[in-house]
Design a protein around this ligand. Structure first.
Ligand code: MLT
Length: 265
């Protein structure tokens, strides 16, 4: 399905009825990373999974007010929810989706009833990480997307998944291969320039669930624990045998905890 919001056409999947659950994918992926949740949770919830602008099948119809910011992705999603008249949703964002979710809480709190932060962090990039993003963008512009993403793939997935779940490895690789170059570059700039959300965490007044894969090296459990401690009404769920893509790597415990959380709201 597609919906036009201003200069952007967002492609999305919707399934089920009930409390609306908005799933926001990570970098450099697409809504396809939520397939296990769309399948399992749509039996009880209204699940909405859009492709962020520049990813999957979503496109900006005119050139973006460049460079894009994390706030812009959040604003796109707010307009998306308004276009679909969903009312307040539970917002779940993984990694870059989590950066966007934190921006969304700051800017569109009235559209939310719960927050789920998955394998993400509140801190901004260190100067080295920021430099690295700009170097990565240059490499991708020079045509090295495949090499860059092959290196990233081995950091996104946990060791157990890399050894034992070939279907997950190939699904993640496929999403990365399909990621449009322009969208990837825009997202790298947006992530590099995102602000530090740590000082904002104590003022989040939403029931919050923080997930992290126990083998997540990019945003490790220690970081997730600190985030959960700083948000007043948050709990932490550690997903075993999973890395940075916990929902895709080990969906069963993930879905169970997420559904329980939404039902308690
Ligand atoms: C993601 O999974 O969205 C990325 O790892 C986020 C990042 O690069 O900071």
């Amino acid at each position: 399905m597609k919906v036009r919001i201003g200069e952007v056409e967002l492609s999305y999947q919707e399934a089920g009825r009930g409390v609306p659950l908005l799933l926001v994918h990570g970098f450099p992926l697409s809504r396809a990373m939520w397939q296990p949740q769309i399948r399992a949770l749509s039996a009880e919830l209204r699940v909405l999974a859009p492709d962020l602008r520049g990813f999957g099948e979503s496109r900006a119809l005119t050139a973006p007010p460049s460079p894009l910011s994390i706030d812009q992705y959040a604003d796109d999603l707010a307009r998306f929810l308004e276009a679909l008249s969903t009312g307040p949703v539970v917002l779940a964002g993984l990694s870059m989706g989590g950066y966007i979710a934190l921006s969304f809480v700051r800017r569109h709190r009235h559209l939310l009833r719960g927050l789920v932060l998955v394998d993400t962090k509140a801190a901004a990039d260190t100067p080295e990480a920021r430099e690295n993003r700009y170097r990565t963008a240059e490499k991708i512009k020079e045509g090295q997307k495949k090499e860059v993403f092959e290196g990233l793939l081995s950091r996104l997935l946990g060791k157990y998944t890399q050894a034992e779940r070939p279907g997950v490895v190939s699904a993640a690789r496929r999403m990365m291969e399909e990621a449009p170059v322009e969208g990837v570059i825009q997202a790298l700039y947006a992530m590099a320039e995102r602000p530090d959300s740590t000082p904002f965490l104590p003022s989040i007044d939403l029931p919050t669930l923080v997930f992290v894969g126990e083998e997540d090296e990019l945003t490790p459990p220690a970081e997730a624990r600190v985030m959960a401690e700083k948000i007043p009404n948050a709990s932490l769920e550690i997903i075993p045998r999973a890395g940075h893509l916990a929902n895709l790597e080990n969906p069963e415990p993930f879905n169970k905890a997420l559904l329980q959380f939404v039902k308690r709201l």
